[in-house]
Design a protein around this ligand. Structure first.
Ligand SMILES: Cc1cc2nc3c(=O)[nH]c(=O)nc-3n(C[C@H](O)[C@H](O)[C@H](O)COP(=O)(O)OP(=O)(O)OC[C@H]3O[C@@H](n4cnc5c(N)ncnc54)[C@H](O)[C@@H]3O)c2cc1C
Length: 250
């Protein structure tokens, strides 16, 4: 595992998804150190003097692929004081500092996996999903929920994996319906399961053959309230604690 490094970056692009959710692309001034899918970085919008203390920062999963050494991508939702500040200050061309890599929430692809993502929690899984190939043999199911279909980030990449990777399955939850979304999904070469409401295990249980296997490890990423309720529910349904892994958001 690489030693964390501090790198000055320029904001190269910001995508506004609505609902105060953003994707930010950063161009680092030196090559990104090696990291593993699922790891996170610290980002500060304050000036940083490398001879001084690291300023206040927040952590974000690294959504870009470890193969990209000249770009970093994060997705964030405005929640509190600091992300509000990010929304107000980050512009294309702004400078920020990041330090990375951190975390042991790593998906190694060695066995069957169910990835459960709420909102921007998808960022912890995107590098892993991007690397799935048609030859992937381990069963991977992504259960992904967002407030609206427009806030299902990385849709193009995820639907492309669904079309190309037979071992990959997709369950989508949206709280608010949007005209045309179900029809669009129904027209795809492989149709994802589209469900209404917040992510819940009830409609997926008892585990249908295309959802998980007896060996699947459950990886959960998203807001604390989601992690807590789904972890409790998985354990109550008899999943051994060793098969439930969470990316502990504060
Ligand atoms: C491993 C991990 C990965 C994450 N990945 C993402 C992601 O990809 N996208 C995303 O949107 N969010 C992610 N988060 C959550 C994100 O880091 C923020 O905690 C969240 O957005 C809260 O919003 P805020 O910082 O604006 O809230 P604030 O109200 O500013 O702070 C929220 C919490 O941050 C902590 N905090 C407060 N002051 C300080 C300080 N001075 N220095 C350090 N911490 C302080 C406190 O625990 C506080 O309750 C992740 C969190 C973790 C732990």
């Amino acid at each position: 595992m690489s030693m964390p490094r501090k790198i000055r970056c320029t904001v190269a692009a910001i995508a506004d998804h609505g609902g105060r959710v953003y994707t930010v692309d950063l161009t680092p001034t030196s090559a990104v150190p090696a990291f593993r899918p699922g790891q996170f970085l610290h980002l500060t919008v304050d000036e940083y003097d490398p001879s001084g203390f690291w300023p206040e920062s927040r952590v974000f999963s690294i959504a870009s692929s470890p193969r990209e050494r000249n770009r970093l991508r994060i997705c964030y939702a405005v929640k509190g004081r600091y992300t509000t500040r990010m929304e107000q200050t980050l512009k294309v061309g702004s400078e920020v500092w990041v330090k990375l890599p951190y975390g042991d929430f790593v998906i190694d692809g060695a066995g069957d996996a169910v990835l459960i993502a709420g909102g921007t929690g998808i960022s912890a899984f995107t590098a892993f999903l991007e690397a799935l190939s048609p030859e992937t043999t381990s069963k991977v199911t992504l259960v992904y929920g967002a407030r609206t279909p427009a806030l299902l980030l990385f849709q193009e990449m995820i639907l492309d994996r669904l079309a190309r990777v037979p071992a990959f399955d997709l369950v989508l939850f949206t709280e608010v319906a949007a005209a045309g979304f179900s029809q669009r999904m129904a027209g795809l070469p492989r149709v994802p399961h589209c469900l209404a409401g917040r992510i819940a295990l009830e409609p997926l249980w008892p585990p249908a053959s295309d959802f998980c296997t007896p060996n699947s490890v459950f990886h959960l990423s998203g807001p604390p309230v989601m992690l807590k309720s789904l972890t409790t529910d998985l354990l109550a349904r008899g999943i051994e604690p060793g098969r439930v892994r969470t990316d502990a958001w504060e």
